[in-house]
Design a protein around this ligand. Structure first.
Ligand code: SAH
Ligand code: SF4
Ligand code: F3S
Length: 474
């Protein structure tokens, strides 16, 4: 078996040469072109938008090879799990699924099961798969998705298990086919990887160094999406504000955001922002263009400066509040959300209370809250921790009460107002109920005789719940 295995230590190394753009790495030989003809594939995606977008690439490659994508894992000829490693419970879910899939493999030995995504980049996971999960036939990582045709060919021809994971990222790889799952909203990668190395986080190891796509490639993609009827795009990166640093651009993100706005695509969002690289100019650009949505997701992680320091976040709460104050001053209707980790090693009750205090200050529209989960290979995983799991759970539920409290208040401010909603879909239960999002990223369920998916319509808000608004089309 000719395997290439991952190493977290190698993944940590950063080279400082300028990012290269590679346009001819993806190819499908004639002998491989019809490998998937008459065959079906079920692709399951865990984790963040980066994985969602990667799954669209995987589906694009598979379709190019003749596969048909289906939703039914019971009958599929191939099952691919695109995995997430961010917390232990994310990994547990995947191992549960792998265990569950064994029955199908026993019934149909010709079934191919593949695992990819961030878990594939972790050597501990690969060791386990090698030892305990013979049902997995193929493992590939986040850096070699473009090799899928060759890897599948190898698995199908040799009927042997193939593991190929590159610890070091490639460069920026353009020209891989994409099968977009949604036809009116699209993810657009702008920067891959992460150089931040927050001490708790596995992402810089699983996704490699920061590599930006060329501004011209991004604008071309957005313009094509617009021509094809797409109404909304979300610029994607682990830290979008670092966009262009590796290409020598000055405040590249603000420049890019402005150039994307000038394509006149109807709605622009971006995620995720990091306070460290965030510039005031970005807020000004958001304010200047109506098609940049008034919504900012800005993870804070903790409301205490000592904890932020231990987390390696490299900003202070004072700076965070400054960004928030400026945002609210320049774009008063902007909605604002965050991510928070409770129970970081040795977090005291007082430090946790600082997080609650910050929450009261910013009154977030929404927050994703997590209990700290040690990730093997990260610096925080080496820290001794005197906080019991019970305390962490208690803190999480106290915090979540606050999250719910402000979410409801923020939603109530929409009562009796008319909002613009991009229609996403129709309720399964009721053919007069549709759903979509406001400019400020609020989910709205609304009644209408008719509403076309992918159009932007006016909705009057009649009821505000904690996590959604109800309304009717006007
Ligand atoms: N790049 C983004 C977020 C990536 S991960 C950023 O920096 O904001 C999404 C969220 O998962 C993080 O914001 C953090 O709140 C959470 N997270 C990351 N590692 C974690 C860990 N080890 N335990 C618990 N939560 C974690
Ligand atoms: Fe992880 Fe920090 Fe990078 Fe976000 S910025 S992906 S939390 S290391
Ligand atoms: Fe998970 Fe990887 Fe995203 S660890 S959160 S899928 S970058």
């Amino acid at each position: 078996m000719d395997n290439k295995l991952p190493s977290l230590i190698n993944a940590k190394k950063r080279s400082i040469h300028e990012t290269e753009i590679q346009r001819d790495l993806f190819y499908v030989d004639e002998k491989i072109a019809n490998l998937g003809s008459g065959k079906t594939c079920y692709l399951r995606t865990y984790g963040c938008q980066a994985n969602e977008r990667d799954s669209e690439t995987i589906a694009g490659i598979l379709k190019r090879m003749g596969f048909t994508m289906i939703d039914d894992e019971k009958t599929a000829d191939m099952i691919i799990l695109n995995t997430c490693a961010i917390r232990k419970n994310a990994e547990d879910k995947v191992f549960g699924e792998i265990g569950y899939l064994k029955q199908y493999k026993d019934q149909r030995p010709e079934l191919i099961i593949a695992l990819c995504g961030c878990m594939a980049q972790e050597e501990a996971v690969i060791d386990l798969i090698i030892d305990k999960y013979p049902q997995i036939d193929l493992v590939f990582g986040t850096h070699n998705i473009y090799r899928l045709p060759q890897l599948l060919h190898q698995v199908m021809i040799t009927q042997e298990r193939v593991i190929e994971v590159f610890s070091k990222e490639g460069e920026v790889i353009e020209g891989i086919p994409t099968d977009r799952f949604i036809k009116h909203k699209a993810w657009v990668n702008i920067i891959y990887g992460c150089n931040k190395f927050c001490t708790y986080c596995i992402v810089p190891y699983t996704r490699g160094k920061e590599r930006s796509r060329l501004l011209s490639d991004i604008i071309k993609e957005v313009s094509e999406l617009k021509e094809n009827g797409y109404k909304e795009i979300t610029l994607l990166g682990q830290n979008v504000n670092a966009y262009g640093k590796d290409l020598g651009y000055q405040d590249g993100f603000s420049r890019l955001l402005e150039a994307v706005a000038q394509t006149n695509i109807e709605r622009i969002r971006f995620t995720t922002s990091h306070p460290w690289d965030f510039t005031d100019e970005t807020i000004d650009i958001m304010a200047r263009y109506d098609n940049i949505m008034p919504f900012l997701h800005l993870p804070v992680q903790s409301g205490n400066n000592e904890i932020l320091k231990l987390m390696g976040r490299r900003y202070t709460i004072e700076r965070y509040k400054e960004i928030y104050d400026r945002l609210k001053k320049v774009i008063p209707n902007c909605s604002f959300s965050t991510d928070i980790i409770v129970g970081f090693p040795n977090e005291t009750e007082e430090q946790f209370n600082d997080t609650l205090e910050l929450y009261d200050y910013c009154q977030f529209d929404n927050a994703y809250t997590f209990i700290y989960s040690p990730r093997e290979g990260t610096p925080a995983a080496q820290m001794e921790d005197n906080v019991s799991y019970q305390d962490k759970q208690r803190r999480l539920s106290i915090l979540n009460e606050k999250v719910d409290h402000y979410a409801k208040i923020k939603n109530e401010a929409y009562l009796n107002k008319t909002v613009k909603v991009l229609v996403d879909g129709l309720s399964k239960k009721n053919k007069n109920v549709f759903s979509g999002y406001t400019q400020t990223n609020k989910l709205v369920n609304f009644i209408a005789d008719e509403a076309k998916i992918g159009t932007i319509i006016d909705v009057l808000i009649t009821d505000a719940k904690t996590w959604s608004l109800n309304g009717k089309r006007i």
